[in-house]
Design a protein around this ligand. Structure first.
Ligand code: UDP
Length: 338
């Protein structure tokens, strides 16, 4: 049995972060959550709030001076705090650069000063843009299509650079379409699960992009949480990068069938891939990790907690057209073509 570790989870009150916090506490570790609660929510940590091994601090990771003290005597740092979503990153790229790049540098510097044992960075499969090889290996070319993807990619470059220059023991995980309970239920137009579940509750049609034959590597959130822990505890992988995926890819039409309901079609969005599908050979071999939750099972688990999306915004064709107008305006004219 591994000795319990003192860990930091930045963004620990967020969707993926809160599942990682639960998994770390379950394995006996001590967890310090740093979260600015901009998109993170207190209720995401409801199940563990009375655990004496958990402490939660409201602090912004970009404020290096303020976060530094929390890193004292910490063994593992899981850096998940970031701004997500495509459209706001196109509208306010500097805000995204601040949170995702400057925030990452501040965390790296705090980790370096504290001489931590391992830092795990949350990278995104969006770094591959519209890939040409499926399943897509870690060696595929980079092609970030919008500022969110670019900032997460630059963050990864910083992490790997800090490993090279300062020997900071870092690992980067490139996550593919994570879904599960506590995925976002409010705010801007975002990931498909939240959109469809709110539409289902309201008895409205699912807004299917294009003909719905496009596929995504939907990866269940508890599997992702375990990948983070394996990335922290596996020796000899510093400076390396791993895809985290489900080992499969599923069409939006398959998702609609599993959820059950009517459909209305909306236009295909510029710059979005027809398929995301991770090659997970490397992570399965090197980290002895494998995805456990099948898609059908994961969708059922989401349907069990569908009431969590009862207050979520209900999107329709017109609202989505308004919410994505910058996306179409800028990326429709961009130099990247699918
Ligand atoms: N999607 C859809 N209707 C929506 C939102 C998304 O059909 O209202 C599709 C989208 O075309 C994509 C998939 O769902 O194939 C996942 O979209 P999401 O925005 O969650 O992730 P990403 O496109 O970044 O992989």
């Amino acid at each position: 049995m591994l000795k319990p570790k003192r860990t930091i989870v930045t963004g620990g009150a967020g969707f993926i972060g809160s599942h990682l916090v639960e998994a770390l506490l379950h394995e006996g570790h001590e967890v310090i959550v740093l979260d600015n609660f901009v998109t993170g929510r207190e209720k995401n940590l409801q199940s563990v709030k009375d655990n004496p091994r958990l402490t939660v601090y409201k602090v912004d990771i970009t404020e290096r001076g303020k976060i530094m003290p929390y890193f004292k005597d910490v063994d593992w740092v899981f850096h998940l705090a970031a701004l997500a979503d495509v459209v706001p990153s196109i509208v306010t790229p500097l805000t995204y650069h601040g949170a995702n790049v400057n925030g990452t540098i501040a965390v790296l510097e705090a980790a370096r000063e504290a001489k931590i044992e391992r830092l795990v960075y949350t990278a995104s499969s969006s770094c591959y843009g519209t890939p040409h090889v499926f399943p897509t290996p870690e060696t595929a070319p980079f092609q970030p299509m919008y500022p969110y993807a670019l900032t997460k990619y630059i963050g990864e470059e910083y992490v790997l650079h800090w490993n090279k220059v300062y020997a900071l023991p870092c690992v980067s995980l490139r996550l593919f379409n994570v879904y599960g309970p506590r995925s976002r239920t409010s705010g801007t137009y975002g990931a498909v699960f939240g959109v469809f579940l709110a539409q289902k509750i309201a008895g409205k049609p699912f807004t299917v992009v294009g003909d719905g034959t496009q596929t995504r590597d939907f990866t269940y959130v508890t599997d992702v949480a375990h990948a983070f822990i394996r990335a922290a505890e596996t020796p000899g992988i510093e400076g390396d990068v791993f895809n985290v995926g489900s080992g499969n890819t599923y069409s939006i039409n398959q998702l609609v069938e599993l959820l059950g309901g009517d459909v209305e079609h909306i236009p295909k969005r510029p710059g979005e891939p027809d398929c995301t599908f991770a090659d997970i050979t490397k992570i399965t071999q090197r980290l002895q990790w494998k995805p456990m939750v099948r898609f059908e099972e994961g969708v059922q688990k989401m349907l069990h907690v569908i009431d969590d999306w009862a207050d979520a915004p209900v999107w329709d064709k017109q609202k989505i057209a308004d919410a994505t107008k910058e996306w179409f305006a800028y990326l429709g004219n961009s130099k990247f073509k699918n």
